[in-house]
Write a protein that binds this ligand. Structure first.
Ligand code: PMP
Length: 414
């Protein structure tokens, strides 16, 4: 019966926030959820977004509260697509087959991708990074239960670095044509280690040769490096490798799941898009009609407010410039706290090499702290972080970084 359902644990990031809120210790620190905080550790409404909210532009476009089309707001989707594919779309000598639909942010895009591919590509396996954003597993389990979930090795704890050889070897031995491979476009969550351009090229080569279907999950474009094009490099490189180089085994396609939560600070507004790319010249009509059916059956249409904000910023050169400065502000603050944490640990002489804290990219650092150390950090020092040792750097500032470093020092030396 429903009353006998087992109680399962709350998602770890949400559970950490709840435990932190209930803690009355004056020096408590929250390094859990992946949400940006300003230097006072407060939510940050991006100045570009603030400007749109105050301006007449937005109010003039909010003339009514009608539904969006099922596929989403056409103006928003065009700009979202442009942000991902950039100069590829300018090459009009090719008949690109790319279609875009709106989604309930990045999570909704991942869900729609699993639903669509589970129904119509029917891969034997989906390969998920080990470790990854844990929702990838939940989403595929719920939306495409017939697809066998496999993990690919990505991170080597012994060397605290990426393990590209093991990753490629896993695809070589276990993946079969049409299998789906989920990739983090930039700022890998949770490790903060991204492949170099050369490494991306090797991954693209295996995926193309074996006829696999990549999904790029992109939740940090512009936030990772501060540069929108650099953070989309891997996606554009894959597009060219899969579809533009001569090949005897054409790739079945690729999907990009795009979130605007972090790079616009619009977390709760749920703004996102899914982009499907098929080999140039392919017909998209069937896929588009199936997406419309899936979206209709799930959410009917997406919310309007957030995508209106994004569309307004991206279509106005002056606002876009402010937004790009906002991205640089966020990326620079994260880099500064990385540096501060590392230098505090070095100053304390804490055992071990902490250089990875600075070389990792994006919102998170995979610290390498053990589960027992994380537990002690929490119980003794009131520092809240994931059991895996992942910290969100947005929870650090000038005032608390010394405290956190001393706490880490104590648990490492103990
Ligand atoms: N993918 C990854 C890798 C993420 O880190 C996140 C945000 N934590 C998302 C997708 C999606 O978040 P949202 O649904 O808010 O866009």
């Amino acid at each position: 019966t429903l009353s006998a359902l087992p109680v399962i644990p709350l998602d770890e990031a949400y559970a950490l926030t709840a435990a932190y809120n209930a803690d009355s210790h004056p020096e408590k620190v929250l390094l859990g959820a992946g949400v940006y905080r300003d230097e006072n550790l407060k939510p940050w409404v991006l100045p570009s977004v603030k400007k749109v909210r105050k301006s007449e532009i937005l109010h003039e476009t909010v003339v009514d509260h009608e539904y969006l089309p099922i596929a989403g707001a056409p103006g928003f989707l065009k700009l979202a697509q442009q942000l991902i594919f950039g100069p590829i779309l300018d090459d009009t000598s090719r008949s690109h087959a790319i279609t875009s639909v709106q989604s309930i942010s990045g999570t909704g895009a991942n869900h729609l991708a699993a639903l669509f591919l589970g129904h119509y590509l029917r891969p034997a396996h989906v390969f998920i990074s080990n470790p990854t954003w844990m929702n990838h597993h939940v989403i595929w389990e719920l939306a495409a239960p017939s697809v066998v979930r496999k993990t690919y090795p990505y991170y080597n704890p012994a060397t605290r670095s990426m393990d590209l050889d093991a990753f490629l070897a896993e695809l070589e031995t276990s993946a079969v044509a049409n299998d789906v491979v989920i990739l983090h476009a930039c700022a890998h969550n949770p490790t903060g280690f991204d492949p170099t351009h050369e490494q991306w090229d090797k991954i693209a080569e295996v995926i193309r040769r074996k006829g696999l279907f990549p999904i790029f999950d992109t939740a940090y474009q512009g936030f990772a490096s501060g540069d929108l094009d650099e953070d989309a490099w891997a996606i554009r490189h894959f597009y060219k490798t899969l579809f533009e180089e001569p090949t005897t085994s054409p790739s079945p396609g690729m999907i990009v799941c795009q979130s605007f939560s972090k790079n616009f600070g619009l977390y709760g507004e749920r703004v996102g898009a899914l982009h499907l790319a098929l080999p140039p010249g392919s017909s998209l009509a069937g896929a588009e009609s199936q997406f419309a059916r899936l979206i209709r059956g799930e959410v009917s249409t997406c919310p309007r407010f957030g995508c209106r904000v994004v569309e307004t910023v991206l279509s106005d050169p002056a606002l876009r410039e402010i937004w790009q400065a906002d991205l640089k502000t966020m990326a620079a603050r994260i880099r500064a706290v990385r540096q501060a944490l590392r230098s505090e640990l070095v100053k304390l002489g804490t055992k071990g090499d902490w250089s990875h804290i600075e070389t990792q990219i994006g919102m998170f650092s995979y610290t390498g702290l053990s589960e027992a150390q994380v537990k002690r950090l929490n119980e003794v020092h009131h520092v809240y972080m994931m059991a895996s040792g992942r910290i969100s750097l947005a929870g650090l500032n000038e005032k608390n970084v010394g405290y956190v470093a001393r706490a880490i020092h104590e648990v490492v030396e103990n």
